[in-house]
Design a protein around this ligand. Structure first.
Ligand SMILES: [Zn+2]
Length: 252
């Protein structure tokens, strides 16, 4: 879960339309929010990810569902309020259902900074306070089969990849230095790209990479060889900024 900047509402969602469709919903209970322009605007806002679990939406069977952060069943006047709408996956929507977020708040990533309330350890979300705790429980963010095991697989793939880079680094000799250095730069960059906010499960990827000593061993080598460039530095800075790694010395 990462902080998402709320974008402007789609131009089709004018105050007149909101008023008209909200009245329509009140009287008919029609799915007035279930339209392409709202879904597309929400996907643009979240880099096409579920706002809570970070799975990519619109891929495989993970279609976007329009989430009403304050449930429409309890707060029907907010059924088309742009600031109440979030992109969400079927799994998370099915769990949150009509949970009353005004009486018992959970994290709203377009309002709250998730890392103020959550961190990741051993591929599980951990709570810093009660808001984090309730968010984990309501959304079952540590569902073993559907979330924790897939996170572990991602982490294992990253650990294997960075371990292989250490092996490349340790075998560099004068004859192959250029090609080996280039391999290190390109593969490390690719790993850092997986930690960027637009990547699926970016918080899991950044946890796996930025807590791995092998990553820093490869980075230190590139720095010592003057190969750690502006782009790598920028990617690392963004990765730390959006990560849920608790280690304060790595915070920026
Ligand atoms: Zn989800």
């Amino acid at each position: 879960m990462i902080k998402i900047i709320r974008t402007m509402p789609p131009h089709q969602l004018s105050p007149e339309i909101v008023k008209q469709l909200t009245e329509d919903y009140m009287s008919t209970k029609r799915n007035v929010w279930n339209v392409g322009y709202i879904k597309n605007a929400l996907l643009d806002m979240s880099n096409s990810k579920c706002i809570f679990c970070e799975c990519k939406l619109g891929e495989e069977s993970k279609y976007i569902e329009v989430e009403h952060f304050h449930p429409k069943s309890l707060y029907p006047e907010e059924v088309l309020s742009w600031t109440n709408l979030l992109p969400i996956c079927k799994r998370c929507n099915g769990l949150k259902r009509d949970h009353d977020t005004k009486l018992n708040p959970i994290i709203n990533p377009t309002v709250d900074e998730p890392k103020d309330y959550l961190f990741i350890k051993d591929y599980r979300y951990r709570a810093i306070d009660d808001l984090g705790k309730r968010t984990i429980r309501v959304l079952q963010l540590n569902d073993s089969d559907r979330l924790v095991l897939p996170r572990f697989k991602i982490g294992e793939a990253i650990a294997t990849a960075i371990e292989s880079l250490v092996r490349v680094k340790d075998k560099i000799d004068i004859d192959t230095k250029t090609e080996d250095d280039n391999e290190l730069i390109i593969k490390l960059r690719k790993l850092l790209v997986s930690c960027q906010p637009d990547s699926e499960y970016s918080t899991v990827c950044s946890y796996a990479l930025l807590t791995d000593d092998n990553y820093f061993e490869v980075k230190d080598y590139l720095v010592s060889e003057n190969l750690w460039d502006f782009e790598l530095e920028r990617l690392e800075t963004v990765s730390f900024k959006h990560s849920l790694v608790r280690n304060k010395e790595h915070s920026i």
